[in-house]
Design a protein around this ligand. Structure first.
Ligand code: NAI
Ligand code: MHF
Length: 283
């Protein structure tokens, strides 16, 4: 494997319950033991999330269920859900996020509340993923995001839990590279998974950008190959990933790899990864 492919080697992948059959179809294209996250989206229930985790495990991958703090009704619900993830899919890692609701439906306001609950250790969780926002968050001030990141670092480290940071997807490498540099300067050495979109139509990418609160200036859209006059065109992360390969320096930016958000296109994303690795392996 060339150093150019090192960024993509160790990549992770994200699905929803509805992508399970699609993942089965392309499972041979993905590296064994890939971390596959299961998003906690509002129109799916726990049964769908559990079935997805079980399939991910059966296919030889590591299931990484998302836990959305604000969408949980009670501590008992979280306790039961974690027990089920362990029993149906041997889950030992989770991605903990606050979630999009403006008002929490139950007792957990944010991901720190889940980390503090003690339930992770109770269920044998050893690795935790948390979110990072190189371009900020529409509802959370940058100062708060940074303080919370440092608090999570302190709490997770003190609890003896390994953790990594997955970034919100982005169409622009510049702010992501800058943000990684700032984190490293602040002494945060955790592995970072850079969120990148899989290949999808311009229409799909813009719809998900809206759903997830990700902005895209005209300049950034043009650089990524997104034209609002050509909504049916497909745009892939080729140039974005090439820029990361060109500019990331392991001695300065530490452990960094890619996290793919396929936005419904699990097959297309898996093929993109296979083709990318094939074209970089000998270079
Ligand atoms: N990056 C990802 O893959 C995903 C991101 N999200 C987004 O995550 C956001 C924050 O999650 P974390 O980074 O875990 O934050 P967090 O749990 O670390 O919270 C940081 C601070 O922001 C506040 N906050 C969190 N969510 C909020 C919301 N929806 N509205 C207003 N204030 C909020 C919290 O009260 C806390 O003060 C969610 O709002 C959502 O937009 C949701 C699912 C997946
Ligand atoms: N703010 C925010 N919320 C999230 O839930 C989220 C992020 N950001 N960033 C990255 C990932 C992407 N995730 C998502 C978000 C929504 C769907 C979703 O709603 N899917 C719908 C289809 C929506 C559509 O096609 O318009 C579905 O039914 O699968 C899937 C994955 C979860 N994550």
């Amino acid at each position: 494997m060339s150093p150019r492919a090192a960024l993509i080697d160790g990549y992770s992948f994200e699905i929803t319950g509805k992508d399970t059959a699609g993942l089965q179809d392309v499972s041979k294209l993905l590296a064994p033991a890939t971390c596959v996250s299961i998003a906690f989206i509002p129109n799916e229930n726990h049964d769908a999330r559990l079935a997805a985790a079980a399939t991910v495990k059966e296919l030889g991958f590591h299931p990484v269920p998302h836990i959305s703090a604000r969408r949980l009704g009670s501590a008992a619900e979280l306790d039961r859900l974690l027990a089920l993830f362990v029993s149906v899919a041997n889950v030992d890692r989770l991605f903990i996020v606050a979630g999009d609701p403006d008002v929490p439906v139950g007792p957990y306001e944010d991901s720190l509340a889940i980390i503090r609950s003690g339930l992770l250790s109770k269920h044998g969780i050893r690795k935790v993923g948390i979110a990072g926002y190189p371009e900020g968050h529409p509802k959370i001030r940058n100062g708060v995001l940074f303080e919370v990141l440092q608090e999570k670092h302190a709490l997770l480290t003190a609890a003896g839990l390994e953790y990594d940071i997955t970034t919100q997807f982005s169409f622009d490498a510049e702010p992501v590279i800058e943000w990684i540099g700032r984190l490293r300067q602040a002494g945060i050495t955790a592995p970072i998974r850079i969120g990148v979109p899989g290949p999808a139509s311009v229409k799909t990418l813009l719809r998900f950008a809206t759903i997830c609160g990700v902005g895209a200036s005209t300049k950034v859209m043009a650089k990524y190959g997104l034209s609002i006059r050509k909504l049916l065109n497909t745009a892939g992360p080729d140039a974005l990933v090439a820029e990361f390969i060109r500019r990331l320096d392991p001695s300065k930016h530490g452990s960094v790899c890619l996290h793919f958000y396929p936005f419904g296109g699990v097959g297309k994303t898996a093929e993109w990864i296979r083709d990318f690795l094939a074209s970089h392996i000998s270079k």
